[in-house]
Design a protein around this ligand. Structure first.
Ligand code: NAP
Length: 303
């Protein structure tokens, strides 16, 4: 079948594009590698998506977004995309050993967590090193954990972990959080979150699993050891655009160059959500991108 639109990625951007396109009577296939929601799906509590005065769990919101798109005929296939040929009038996408064709493609596959790049980090993943507090926090009930990073993800992770763990130590390379000020008060009020400012994790100690991290104080040059069972790495994102490199214009950090219309350098290909070069990456801005992408795709198809 030739779809009007193939959406790569089932996060808030992807399912909003699918909802808008479905409502415009376009046939839509969403290809999602794991589970609906993308990074939003692994977020425990979302307080800044309007309409939910008590906040909402990210996975629950993802399932509602999927249902909304399905109501207008969008299909979902859970399969990782392995190849995409985006040039030409008919675009081809391979996923789960199958080949799909679309007249338009919306790239909405987001980003994945950046690694610290330390020796042993990959081997200790699942044995103390984690990139997802809501996925793995429960394994550290009553223990001491560290969170590396000072952005919104690190702050949200530290808050979440403070409710499960005995102690949470936030390690940030500067003396001021990048995270929104809204996080600081609740973080200070927990009573079990400590801060290591101007500090960087420089090595990981372990036996079978992580036993602690070595810290370097960037101003004094002093090294110290922090015993902990878990290290949650929350130092930003890397866009999932590797499959599209060489086909569409990316910026130097790998984000897709597309303006608010979401049109990329290739006709019929649109970029929505966290993989697009833009100033604010939030659920609500991902949804806005999805709506713009569907609108732009509809226009493209009508010419
Ligand atoms: P981010 O905003 O880019 O923050 C990354 C943090 O990691 C920064 O504090 C940065 O330090 C630090 N960092 C980067 N590279 C590092 C390295 N090699 N070693 C040590 N520290 C390093 O990333 P994010 O927190 O993942 O957020 C990504 C996007 O999602 C943002 O737009 C964010 O607003 C959004 N988000 C929003 C919410 C929310 O609103 N509730 C929740 C989660 C994510 P510096 O500060 O020194 O640069």
């Amino acid at each position: 079948m030739l779809y009007d639109m193939i959406v790569i990625g089932g996060g808030p951007a992807g399912y909003t594009a699918a909802l808008y396109a479905g409502r415009a009577n376009l046939s839509v296939l969403v290809l999602e590698k794991l589970a609906p929601g993308g990074q939003m799906g692994t977020t425990d509590q979302i307080d800044n998506y309007p309409g939910f005065p008590e906040g909402i769990n990210g996975f629950q919101l993802a399932m509602e977004m999927k249902k909304g798109a399905e109501r207008f005929g969008a299909e979902t296939k859970l399969a990782a995309v392995t190849a995409a040929r985006l040039a030409g009038d008919i675009k081809e996408v391979e996923a789960g050993g199958e080949r799909f064709q679309g007249k338009t493609v919306v790239l909405a596959c987001g980003a994945h967590p950046r690694e610290l790049g330390l020796p042993g980090e990959k081997e200790l993943r699942g044995r103390g090193v984690s990139y997802c507090a809501t996925c793995d926090g429960m394994f550290f009930r009553g223990k001491t954990v560290a969170v590396a990073g000072g952005g919104n993800t690190a702050a949200a992770d530290a808050l979440y972990l403070s409710r499960i763990c005995e102690k949470v130590v936030m390690i940030h390379r500067r003396d001021k959080l990048r995270a929104s000020a809204a996080y600081l008060k609740p973080l200070l009020e927990t009573g079990n979150v400590e801060f290591c400012w101007d500090s960087q994790v420089v090595s990981l100690s372990h036996e079978a699993a992580l036993t602690g991290v070595e810290l370097l104080h960037k101003k004094t040059g002093e090294k110290s050891f922090l015993p902990c069972s878990g290290l949650f790495v929350a130092i930003g994102q890397v866009p999932d655009t590797g499959l599209f490199a060489g086909q569409i214009d990316l910026d130097s950090a790998g984000y897709v160059q597309a303006d608010e219309s979401t049109r990329t350098s290739l006709p019929g290909v649109f970029a929505a959500g966290d993989l697009r070069a833009k100033p604010l990456r939030q659920v609500v801005t991902a949804c806005a991108d999805g709506a713009c992408a569907a609108q732009a795709a509809e226009e493209y198809l009508s010419i």
